[in-house]
Design a protein around this ligand. Sequence first.
Ligand code: NAD
Length: 451
Amino acid sequence: MSKLDRRDFLKSAALAGAGAAIIGLPIASCKEETEKKLSTKPSLPKVAPLKKVRIGFVGVGNQGSWHVQNFLKMDNVELVAICDIIPEKVERVQKWVTDAGLAKPKGYSAGPNDYVRMCEKEDLDLVYTATPWKWHVPICVAAMKNGKHAATEVPAALTIEECWKLVETAEKYNKHCVMMENCNYGRRELMVLNMVRKGIFGEIINGTCGYLHDLRNYKLGDEYEGNWRIEHSIKRNGNLYPTHGLGPVANCMNINRGDRFDYLVSMSSNSRGLQMFANEHLGPDHEYSKTKYALGDVNISLIKTVKGLTITLIHDTNLPRPYDRIDMVQGTHAISIGYPDRIHIEGKSPAHQWEPMENYRDQFDHDLWKNIGDLAKDANHGGMDFLEDYRLVQALLNGTPTDMDVYDAVTLSVPSELSEISVANRSKPVDFPDFTRGFWKEREPLIIPGA
Ligand SMILES: NC(=O)c1ccc[n+]([C@@H]2O[C@H](COP(=O)([O-])OP(=O)(O)OC[C@H]3O[C@@H](n4cnc5c(N)ncnc54)[C@H](O)[C@@H]3O)[C@@H](O)[C@H]2O)c1
């Protein structure tokens, strides 16, 4: 195994999805080899403060449009260029900007690779993308190679190889590469993080989280441009959208800042929901009714950290159900859970009973929400999208580290391929790469300050 290089490892990992267990590949044993091969050193970018943040935005569909609206509310931000494969979407956003009395951004809509021309031609500080998943890494890499910071919607990357690509590029070009995980800025999540930092939970032991969202109508309808999302359910079987659940729990557990994910095991259920829904709503002759979907309706992955903490991560998007991310954090002194928001603190809450988290709002509400929650309230997803955009812009204006960095982006995204490998191999354990190459041991726990 000592001769196996990173590319071979990645090939074997990919093969695992096609049944590598049969040929006996040790899928979890090549971690050190992958880490040794990087030519760059782990580090955070050191960058000067900016007077204003000039943004090129790629992908102004559902989510991208909301981010643009957030930036239109902020001082010291200029939308310099807008790129989308659909010219009408570019024009719509250009009009929003000129209607706000600002200079018209340049438009880029000459095909799917036009973002490269934008990155090469425009003077930008930041390229921000909210495109379909497969474009996130190519767009971030083009941005950083051309001297721009990169921000991407979730997940940052789809494969282990893509994750390393982001890390290598960010380190080589000394650029921020931030994954915009809005759930890290939710009011409940930030209040829980605040309470964890203040010691209310004691030592953190365990978490349960996930993305539990009935997407049948979205995946099989016309929610997404070119129906890009359904392809992932057709071809892939694993925990495909891990970051919303994992982000806030990882912050409470100091992942990449004192601890790190060690390995996961993953199991998927049968796949029924999408085909049944297509049959009922689109008719038996529709191509989606005849399609075989690889994605199990429910995926359950278990993660263990190097320091022994445990996480259950669920992906559940193909069955009827109300929305949930669970957001359970459990320590030696307290446990909290979302949907609805509840907490139990030993010695304070009535024995064996939940209390509404609201009981502790005055004492532990996060300063970001206290100070600028009003500004955020009309933004998407209850305001958390505004707060994540605000924090990114503040970091660039102040020349300070971003809350989330490239190591967080890939650590939170990589469970999608790791779970696919585990599912394809009877739930065998699969090691997380240490994208930080030991840097996690030196770093202090994340503090997100107020505005
Ligand atoms: N954080 C959240 O809560 C949240 C919510 C929704 C979506 N998202 C993420 O946002 C991203 C976009 O999702 P969406 O729902 O807005 O999808 P969408 O289909 O509405 O938007 C994608 C946009 O990208 C454009 N596009 C596609 N390929 C392109 C290319 N090569 N160059 C330029 N533009 C291109 C499409 O024309 C479209 O306008 C996804 O990564 C998704 O996971 C995140």
